[in-house]
Design a protein around this ligand. Structure first.
Ligand SMILES: *Cc1c(COP(=O)(O)O)cnc(C)c1O
Length: 393
């Protein structure tokens, strides 16, 4: 039995060695963490608000099918995708939750959308009429959500409440189930844009209500308004994507405290392909972007920008090798990346290193990578290429 004194004197716990796997590069996605993030969102918004997790772009590269299965098990009744193809893939995998297709209704996808019981977001007046025709030809009543452009100036109808009401009332085969909008700058508490967008949305919704149109689901909120507790954007449904995967972008201005606690669910690893010792003055990689100052041990990893490592990390990013931070040296190339492991001399060919994730108390997340690469964490996650193997833990 160890005494308290011995415990206090003990060395910090070393990171347990990372298990090598027979892949050049892979991601490990934690299903329990996805589930925990969903439950954390549920605790914040309460049971009366429906959560529609966003699993577009292959669930931000976490794998839409596995993530959707996990979320269904947690009780998610709705999922959101961007396009019809993504929705069809989920149906074919046996997902039976309602699926909202947020950014499609291109003519060549409409039949498949209805055939697979996907719910379209309609974003123009003409498309209300088109969907009605399609529903008539199928002798069906079709439910849809309608997108209001409250100021993002992307998809949706702006201002024209009378036109919207007329189009909806003139479509007997349709049922307006949801009214939605999307916010441009919810993390920026230094602007009134969010309040203005909500006000514009409510004006249009008020006109529709006066015309007898009251959809049962109203939704405006992605991750940010949930995470910072902006309740007036929650309504009856919220659409978190980033938070499901464990991320909340930092807010700007006088933001209230974050009320949502989520953690990243994805770890990205690569295998060491080569280790070599270079003398002082050697140049490393394309363009000789890096020159060694002294004798340098270089590990070359079997992953590059074709796997999704941002090229901008050339000479700037870091990875974790045996629990230690190791800088990327030279240009990130298509299929390989070199790192300085002079201070981690035990590095061997076949070792697993961490590109994104944690080893012990050393951690690199998508937000840190994004900052160095001059991009956003969403783009780092979505940039992980399909050729990177995915495993679920
Ligand atoms: C992607 C997307 C979301 C999810 O956004 P996060 O910031 O990842 O939570 C919600 N709504 C719409 C319309 C989207 O396009």
């Amino acid at each position: 039995m160890s005494s308290p004194v011995e415990l206090a004197a003990a060395e910090p716990v070393a990171a347990s060695p990372v298990k090598a796997l027979p892949y050049r590069s892979w991601v490990e996605v934690s299903r329990p963490q996805i589930a925990a993030n969903f439950r954390a969102i549920q605790r914040v918004v309460g049971k009366s608000v429906e959560i529609m997790p966003v699993v577009k772009a292959d669930a931000y590269r976490h794998g839409a099918i596995e993530v959707s299965r996990t979320l269904e098990q947690q009780g998610a009744k709705w999922l959101a995708v961007s396009n019809t193809e993504e929705g069809v893939a989920l149906r074919e995998a046996g997902i039976s939750a309602r699926i909202l297709v947020m950014a499609d209704f291109l003519p060549f996808t409409r039949e498949a959308m209805l055939a697979h019981h996907l719910t379209p977001v309609i974003h123009s007046l003409e498309d209300i009429a088109e969907l009605n025709k399609l529903a008539q030809s199928r002798s069906e009543k079709v439910r849809f959500h309608f997108k209001v452009d409250s100021g993002l100036s992307r998809l949706g109808v702006r201002w024209d409440a009378a036109g919207v009401a007329e189009a909806i009332l003139g479509a007997p085969n349709l049922e307006l189930e949801g009214l939605m909008s999307h916010l441009a700058s919810p993390a920026n508490y230094g602007t009134k844009q969010t309040e203005e967008q909500i006000a514009a949305f409510d004006r249009l919704a008020g006109h529709l209500k006066a015309a007898g149109i009251s959809p049962s689901l109203v939704h405006l909120s992605a991750t940010i308004p949930i995470a910072y507790g902006r309740r007036q954007a929650w309504r009856g449904m919220v659409r978190p994507g980033h938070a499901i995967y464990g991320y909340v972008s930092p807010a700007r201005g006088h933001a209230p405290a974050q009320v949502l606690d989520v953690k990243p669910a994805l770890t990205w690893r690569a295998t060491v392909l080569s280790v070599k010792d270079l003398p002082a003055g050697a140049s490393v990689g394309y363009g000789g972007m890096f020159k060694t100052i002294g004798p340098t041990r270089v590990a070359t990893l079997a992953a590059g920008y074709a796997d999704g490592i941002p090229h901008k990390l050339s000479n700037r990013g870091s990875v974790i090798v045996h629990g230690c931070v190791a800088p990327i040296i030279g240009a990130v190339s298509m299929d390989m990346t070199s790192v300085d492991v002079t201070h981690v001399p035990q590095t061997r060919v076949g070792d697993a290193i961490t590109l994104l994730g944690a080893e012990g108390n050393v951690q690199i997340d998508a937000q840190q990578i994004a900052k160095i690469a001059g991009t956003i964490s969403y783009s780092v996650l979505c940039g992980i290429h399909a050729r990177v193997k995915r495993i679920y833990v």
